[in-house]
Design a protein around this ligand. Structure first.
Ligand SMILES: Cc1ncc(COP(=O)(O)O)c(C=O)c1O
Length: 528
């Protein structure tokens, strides 16, 4: 049997994959001149593809002179042309004669969505695509002073290789911060990362083999989906309750988690209990305790994404899973990205010391360590008490925006095709457009276009039909440019775009479409 492996999920057509693999086998000497290869029908059955796929691949190879078919006798590797091809075409080539890199990529699953998420919105737009801190509050001068201080004091250390678990001064500053928040954490429980995205990747590499099962919320943060699909893990999604009627419990459905754990061997759960992305829900403390009891009963670790928790603008902070954990079950991942400066790319993991040691080794083989300069500046920033001051300042500003958003909630009306009315709202980090009127409304392409025309950008449609107003109210909303004055006018039904000429409207729409790849917004974050 010829060793062939097709990837149906690849964007490279199957017949091209097949053609390239057979060509590589010929060039590598695995298929020799004169050797018979299976008939197209036989190979199609073996590979589970349509016969035309094989016929097309064979036709291309025949036109290259690599194989020849003889009626009644079969298809054979050609002799003299192979020798010629070996020197002339050492690798699969594209039409322009260059190396066809796509045929060599190992995998490309789950990667494209993140490129769309990380792009900045067009000038003048209000983008809810990704939760970005408000750039106008970046304390450039304070950071410059911190930077000068660390260069003067520890320049040589910054420029040298360092420990994989993190720059010692930053670890000390974070341990002090975490202890002041009630965490029983020592240096041995902390690993510095390039952010939560890397933390997810490290955890995945440390714990999961292809085929292992991981439980996520459904919908989930697309970056988590990208990591786990890339690792070929089996992903099980548990619904997130977004209802706000009295008595309803917001957040991930803990009973559903219990049911999933009863029926499946789950290796780990990855959850965002505070201001879950994209629904914005927060899991109440009683549900957190129940979740931990279930996790302990089934001995399944919980990865707690804590990235938004410190942004709470109103109400009591809910203790984290890590703070409530009495069984050493929780790995908490956290980051400076939402509370401070995502461009610095620094985050951290809090976990039992033996887990940290394992993650440290994985981190070492990934990137040796996170850059020292960013770590040193952030250490100084935290040590001088500037991070808490920054957080206080931005939380206050975001509260104002949240109030504007709530007000806009009652006035934003985006006309829908069938005459009903959509009201839009979003939470910091939620990037979601949700149904505010608790009807059977669904966010259609028409609505996406309508938002685009008004300069309001969302990555996709969200299927949730209700939302949790109370959670939205607790969360400081700091969207990239959602300034209090501009947001309502931008979204107001009678904004300038309503009278805009259709051609101008279309061109604006397609410009924004270009930025995000397409105006055909895809469902994202949903686990099929
Ligand atoms: C839930 C969640 N986790 C992780 C990340 C990525 O965080 P970082 O910038 O620290 O890598 C994001 C970013 O949007 C997020 O929303």
């Amino acid at each position: 049997m010829i060793p062939l492996l097709l990837q149906p999920e690849s964007h490279v057509p199957l017949y091209i994959q097949l053609r390239d693999q057979i060509r590589a086998l010929v060039h590598g000497g695995d298929l020799r001149p004169g050797e018979r290869i299976p008939a197209s029908r036989e190979l199609a059955t073996q590979l589970g593809v349509h016969r035309t796929t094989v016929a097309n691949a064979y036709a291309e190879l025949e036109s290259e002179g690599l194989i020849s078919g003889h009626v009644g006798r079969g298809t054979f590797i050609r002799g003299e042309s192979v020798a010629r091809k070996i020197s002339a075409v050492p690798h699969p080539t594209s039409v322009d004669g260059g190396l066809r890199w796509e045929s060599l990529f190992a995998d490309e699953r789950g990667e494209e969505i993140l490129s769309r998420l990380t792009q900045a919105g067009p000038r003048g737009s209000v983008s809810f695509v990704m939760a970005r801190p408000a750039a106008e509050f970046f304390p450039i001068e304070e950071l410059r002073k911190c930077s000068n201080a660390v260069w003067r004091r520890e320049g040589a250390e910054i420029l040298q290789f360092g420990p994989s678990d993190g720059y010692p001064q930053l670890k000390q500053a974070l341990v002090a911060m975490l202890r002041s928040e009630g965490y029983e954490t020592g240096d041995e429980n902390l690993l510095i990362t390039d952010g939560c995205q890397q933390a997810l990747d490290l955890v995945c590499k440390a714990f999961l083999r292809p085929g292992d099962t991981v439980l996520l919320e459904n919908p989930a943060y697309p970056g988590a989906l990208a990591v786990f699909t890339g690792a070929r893990a089996r992903i099980l999604g548990v619904p997130v309750n977004t209802e706000c009627r009295p008595g309803a419990t917001p957040g991930v459905d803990v009973s559903a988690i219990e049911a999933v754990l009863m029926q499946n061997r789950v290796k780990m759960m990855v959850l965002t209990p505070d201001f879950h992305n994209p629904t914005g829900t927060t899991l109440p403390v009683a549900e957190r305790r129940r979740l931990l009891e279930i996790a302990a009963r089934f001995q399944v670790p919980v990865i707690e994404d804590h990235i938004y928790a410190r942004l709470r603008a109103r109400g009591e902070r809910v203790p984290s899973l890590k703070q409530l954990d009495r069984s050493n079950l929780v790995i908490q991942i956290d980051s400076f990205s939402k509370i401070a400066f995502p461009g610095m790319r620094v985050g951290w993991i809090v976990a039992p010391s033996n887990v940290i040691e394992r993650l440290r080794l994985v981190k070492q083989s990934t990137d040796l360590h996170t850059g020292h300069l960013a770590q040193a500046i952030l250490a100084e920033y935290v040590r001088r008490g500037l991070l808490s001051r920054h957080l206080e300042r931005t939380r206050k500003a975001y509260s104002g925006r949240l109030a504007a958003l709530e007000q806009a909630w009652h006035t934003i009306c985006l006309p829908e095709r069938n005459g009903r009315v959509l009201k839009a709202a979003c939470a910091f980090g939620s990037t979601c457009l949700q149904d505010s009127i608790r009807t059977n409304y669904r966010f259609t392409r028409a609505n996406a276009a309508s938002c685009l025309r008004r300069g309001v950008i969302f990555i996709s449609r969200i299927r949730s039909r209700t939302r949790c107003v109370s959670d939205l109210r607790e969360l400081a909303s700091g969207t990239s440019r959602g300034e209090s004055q501009r947001l309502p006018t931008c979204c107001a039904p009678k904004c300038a775009s309503a009278s805009e000429a259709p051609a101008a409207r279309r061109s604006r729409e397609s410009r924004w479409g270009d930025v995000f790849g397409s105006t055909d917004f895809r469902l994202w974050g949903f686990i099929p």
